[in-house]
Design a protein around this ligand. Structure first.
Ligand code: SAM
Length: 241
């Protein structure tokens, strides 16, 4: 691992984003794959000025620039193994969207949802996020379709969106889902869309039937098994249970 020492530039995060994703595991690898994932950007004092967002509602989509704060201490390397290539083929870090990059800056296009001011606190809501809960947001810009979208562009090793898996709820998890849906709107769609992405690590032989996987969304622990290329949600419990 190389840590270079370029002249530093100061960046002051505008605030953090709250998202359902409590751990890296199972977060979709790009935005908009899971449109049920809603994020709330909470602005820090100093950036808590609604004038900064004036006119933003004219744009359907926004760019978020953010800091990969959870992996930044692990440094970076010139070559990485993208999960898209099965996790065993190397690419130059700058030819990927890896989190292990110099400066640890991420960028995601998300859908604009709403601006709210509650309890004197300014919030910007967006959907389709691929960000960990409490990720520092360093900039926000409108997405400009004629400039930012290039329909004939080629997508290299990530030319096609990832394949989608079926998701079923078992007789045990179905009533749990019904219960927790009341507390977390769109929970069913969120779980289905997240598991449809097949979050199992690419570098391990993907295990079926006997192995149970777990992830956390909000304060919930969600467990599932994989059988015959489909996901079966087996258990949904609250952290405090
Ligand atoms: N769309 C962004 C980009 O292209 O810059 C992020 C792509 S990156 C491949 C997406 C992954 O980053 C997620 O699946 C999650 O594992 C990871 N991630 C999200 N937020 C993070 C954070 N704050 N720190 C470290 N890793 C994070």
């Amino acid at each position: 691992l190389t840590m270079s020492q370029p002249p530093s530039i100061n960046v002051c995060p505008l605030g953090i984003i709250r998202t359902p994703y409590q751990q890296k595991f199972a977060i979709p690898r790009q935005p908009n794959l899971v449109d049920a994932a809603r994020g709330e950007i909470i602005f820090d004092k100093g950036f808590d000025d609604p004038n900064m967002l004036r006119g933003i509602e004219q744009f359907s989509h926004l760019w978020l620039l953010f800091h990969f704060h959870q992996t930044i201490d692990q440094g970076w390397s010139p070559m990485v193994r993208p999960p898209r290539l099965g996790g065993n083929k190397k690419q130059g870090v700058l030819a990927t969207r890896s989190t292990f990059r110099p400066n640890g800056i991420g960028m995601s296009v998300v859908k604009y949802d709403a601006v709210e001011r509650k309890h004197g606190r300014l919030s910007l809501f967006v959907t389709g996020v691929d960000l960990l809960d409490e990720t520092p947001i360093i900039d926000i810009k409108p997405y400009v379709p004629w400039a930012d979208s290039i329909p004939q562009a080629s997508g290299g090793f990530a030319a096609e969106p990832p394949a989608i898996m079926q998701v079923y709820f078992t007789a045990q998890s179905m009533p749990q889902l019904t219960h927790w849906q009341g507390h977390y709107p769109q929970l069913r769609t969120l779980i289905e869309q997240v598991l449809a992405q097949d979050p199992r690590p690419a570098y391990k032989a993907k295990q079926e039937s006997e192995h149970e996987y777990g992830m956390s969304l909000f304060d919930l622990n969600i467990r599932w098994r994989v059988d015959n290329h489909a996901n079966y949600v087996t258990n949904i419990t609250h952290n405090k249970e």
